[in-house]
Design a protein around this ligand. Structure first.
Ligand SMILES: *Cc1c(COP(=O)(O)O)cnc(C)c1O
Ligand code: SF4
Length: 396
């Protein structure tokens, strides 16, 4: 057996083992892990400093999961946007492909809590069907391997998938979303890095929520991926009593940059059933962005997004302080120190300005007055046509 498999096998999955280690009630844990499996790798277990701390809350089952009965299993409506099993096609040019439902740890707040860690996920032929779908859809230029955690697949299977994807000419980017480097760093072997290298451009977005997760071993694992030429991003979920604090977030973002990982998204927690005790107010995330932007390296500031309930996709949010007002004469701005500045508008005519985003008044919630983004930009060709008809003659 490969070393990392042995280490994964040494994880805590049985309620009794967890109960013995921390003096908990095994019966209560058993009830929770029935519907929602548990796994805690040695790396993560060793990072827990005290009962109830930020690492503990992410991985130790909590009775609140079962008490959350009114919420929905699939608030993002991923299942409804799935043309073939395990593939979610929500955006015009990119798709999400769930290649496994196994994870190194089972995060208690997982958006796909309905799916992860249960037996019998990928059925024979399903991956082939997903790849056939990608092959048939030439508008897809970006595929995100997700799950579950793609890096838990054995090397030969991961390589088979990457190789098949690279036979599709219109597919430009392959991304992998993973929590493995932060929880099972031993999995990032030289052999894995050699495989990944062959199929560039491959991007990875790694899941990290707390600065304590960036141990020296974890940083070294990220370094191996970076050395293999993989641009690394981070996805962080805003979680109550884990990281809902500007100072913790600042430390996390700094640790990520030290690990050669660029913060990408900060997610507002989803409404998934069994996870609602992790939700914060939206203001918490906005305040965190305000505490970062301008106060530290711009590299350290992720995009704060809400994945809209009902399948609306990711919607970015910025504190609304920065743009005080905007009209044809000027944009009045406020910086991170609360100082005001005026940026005079260009007086040149015949530019390519969009008619609607100019006036602050247009931001008001008036769905009928303005075409939706989708209406204005049906596809890449549509964009060009629209630009020509509305933007005037650029040579004027
Ligand atoms: C997040 C997500 C993507 C990728 O979104 P980006 O903003 O391009 O990172 C694609 N498809 C689905 C279903 C997603 O949830
Ligand atoms: S690693 Fe990702 S997919 Fe797996 S349980 Fe955690 S959040 Fe969910």
């Amino acid at each position: 057996m490969e070393e990392w498999r042995q280490i994964l096998a040494d994880s805590i999955v049985k309620p009794k083992d967890l109960a013995d280690r921390f003096g908990l009630d095994a019966k209560e844990i058993e009830e929770i892990v029935g519907p929602y499996p548990m796994r805690i790798t040695p790396t993560v277990l060793n990072t827990i400093r005290a009962k109830g701390d930020a690492i503990w809350r992410q991985v130790v089952p909590d009775a609140a999961e079962l008490a959350d009965i009114d919420a929905e299993d699939d608030p993002l409506e991923e299942d409804l946007m799935s043309p073939v099993p395990h593939l979610v096609h929500r955006y015009p040019d990119r798709v999400l492909l769930m290649v496994t439902n196994q994870c190194p740890i089972y995060c208690r707040f997982c958006t796909r809590k309905r799916l992860v860690g249960k037996p019998g996920f990928l059925k024979k032929g399903e991956l082939d069907r997903a790849i056939a779908y990608l092959r048939a859809h030439s508008e897809v230029r970006d595929v995100i391997l997700s799950g579950g955690d793609p890096l838990l697949l054995p090397d030969h299977l991961l390589e088979r998938i990457l190789k098949a994807l690279r036979t599709i000419p219109h597919l430009e980017l392959v991304r992998i979303g993973s929590r493995v480097p932060g929880t099972l760093p031993e999995r990032i072997t030289p052999a894995l890095c050699e495989i990944v290298k062959k199929y560039h451009p491959i991007y990875m977005n790694l899941h990290f929520n707390h600065p304590d997760e960036l141990t020296p071993e974890v940083k070294a694992a990220c370094g191996r991926l970076a050395d293999a030429g993989v641009p690394l991003g981070a996805q962080t979920v805003l979680l109550k009593d884990v990281n809902d604090d500007p100072e913790i977030m600042r430390r996390l973002m700094h640790q990520l940059l030290l690990a050669r990982v660029k913060p990408y998204y900060l997610y507002q927690a989803d409404l998934t059933k069994g996870t609602n005790h992790f939700r914060t107010k939206v203001e918490t995330g906005l305040n965190i962005i305000k505490a970062l932007q301008g106060h530290t390296s711009g590299m350290a500031v992720p995009h704060f997004v809400i994945d809209a309930p009902g399948g609306g996709g990711k919607i970015p949010l910025l504190p609304d302080d920065y743009l005080v007002r905007m009209n044809d004469d000027e944009a009045v701005l406020r910086n991170y120190e609360n100082k005001r500045f005026s940026y005079p508008q260009s007086k040149a005519t015949g530019g390519r300005e969009l008619p609607m985003v100019g006036a602050r008044a247009s931001y008001q919630d008036d769905a009928d007055a303005f075409p939706s983004y989708g209406d204005s930009y049906p596809d890449r060709d549509g964009y060009a046509a629209w630009g020509n008809s509305c933007g005037g003659d650029m040579d004027d």
